[in-house]
Design a protein around this ligand. Sequence first.
Ligand SMILES: *Cc1c(COP(=O)(O)O)cnc(C)c1O
Length: 294
Amino acid sequence: MFEKSIKAYEEACKVIPGGVDSPVRAFKSVGGTPPFIQKGEGAYLYDIDGNKYLDFVQSWGPLIFGHCDKDIEEAVIKTVKNGLSFGAPTELETQLANEIVEMYDNIDKVRFVSSGTEATMSAIRLARGVTGKNDIIKFEGCYHGHSDSLLVQAGSGMATFGAPSSPGVPADLTKHTLVCEYNNIENLKKCFEESSDIACIIIEPIAGNMGLVPATEEFLATCRELCDKHGALLIFDEVMSGFRASLKGASGILKTQGDIITFGKVIGAGMPVGAFAASKEIMGHLSPEGKVYQ
Ligand SMILES: *Cc1c(COP(=O)(O)O)cnc(C)c1O
């Protein structure tokens, strides 16, 4: 029984493109109309027709404690009663920053943003600002949010400058993005031969956005080695793996470490929060300490 959801979807389609606020929610790849959710409770979801689901999605990762965890719910309600936003600093930000910084060995400072997309976008700008270089390397199958320079697909060659994967993204903005094959060491080496202007590699160290593909130890070590050799920075996009693959994310279980780490999803437990973090030397380039605007 999906009558109410079908009706709700029709209504939504009139005022929201495709009836959804993220394409994957439209169910195009699985068929049917999406169930409209009434509420979540622990491991379960209930739709507006009263169907109950065992929820393996958990909001695409953030809800590692399930829906409506009592401690989180209480903390949110207590905090909200003091106001939602001030446009001025609060002590809570420092508290959260301290928790994150204490958890990881290789980061000293963290800057909070509102989404994973903003975290990766800002991390790349920071890497470019620090190195004074322009090109970035990303891997096919890794997702780093919806900013222009990351909406790229591989061209025809093996190691290649990317082409826009969406209308609305000028080729001028993707020409600095090199697209490589995940776990392909030769491919990566070729990229560094083709460009002497590489600011950073951005990678999901455990790739969750193409099924689940772990990076080989050798591949990550090569990423590290090539970055060090050519004066580029290594960005670990831990928006999905952070606080999830382990308490210290993928960084906690891998030998290779990144220079900049990006967070999202779990860090907000369902609320719109992201962050990026690095050593105090790297973060010192960020405005207002340094010149890189964010
Ligand atoms: C979801 C995701 C992002 C984008 O995060 P949003 O909060 O949706 O903008 C970036 N990187 C990875 C690895 C992700 O899984």
